[in-house]
Design a protein around this ligand. Structure first.
Ligand code: DGP
Length: 139
């Protein structure tokens, strides 16, 4: 399994750094985030090291999403949050701080202070259509 000796999450997988482990299988590990945005904030990572969504393998991302769904169900049953975000960040501009692909399982409360920093503003349909065409050309 590919590992990066300088990666903090690889060290957690190897047991070199402690964590509150929730679940582990051959491909993934789920553990509590030490900087929780809300109670019950969990991280799910593939054991195979890759930096982000552009680098992660299809098998690793699939396994990570399936474990995140399992953890989300357990968090929902345990804490009964009002809502729950599955979140995944790529690059510093998207607030990625650890460069080992991971998903956040983040319970939400009505009225909590967490913000998704975009509003529901009507888009310019011409611009949306033009950008869709450009992305389609790269699929
Ligand atoms: P992101 O910003 O999406 O890259 O999220 C990284 C998360 O990892 C952040 O919420 C804090 C958490 N984190 C960083 N270092 C550690 C650690 O050593 N242990 C644990 N459990 N979580 C960590």
């Amino acid at each position: 399994m590919a590992a990066d000796p300088d990666c903090i999450f690889c060290k957690i997988i190897a047991g070199e750094i402690p964590c509150f482990r929730l679940y582990e299988d051959d491909a993934t590990l789920a553990f509590m985030d030490i900087n929780p945005a809300n109670d019950g904030h969990v991280l799910v990572i593939p054991k195979e090291h890759s930096a982000d969504v552009h680098a992660v393998s299809a098998d690793a991302i699939t396994a990570t999403v399936l474990t995140a769904q399992k953890i989300a169900a357990a968090v929902q049953k345990t804490l009964e949050p009002d809502g729950l975000n599955l979140l995944q960040c790529n690059g510093p501009a998207a607030a990625q701080s650890v460069f080992h692909f991971h998903m956040h399982v983040l319970p939400r409360k009505n009225g909590d202070a967490l913000k998704m920093n975009w509003g529901l503003n009507p888009g310019d349909m011409d611009r949306i259509g033009e950008i869709a065409e450009r992305i389609r050309a790269n699929l």
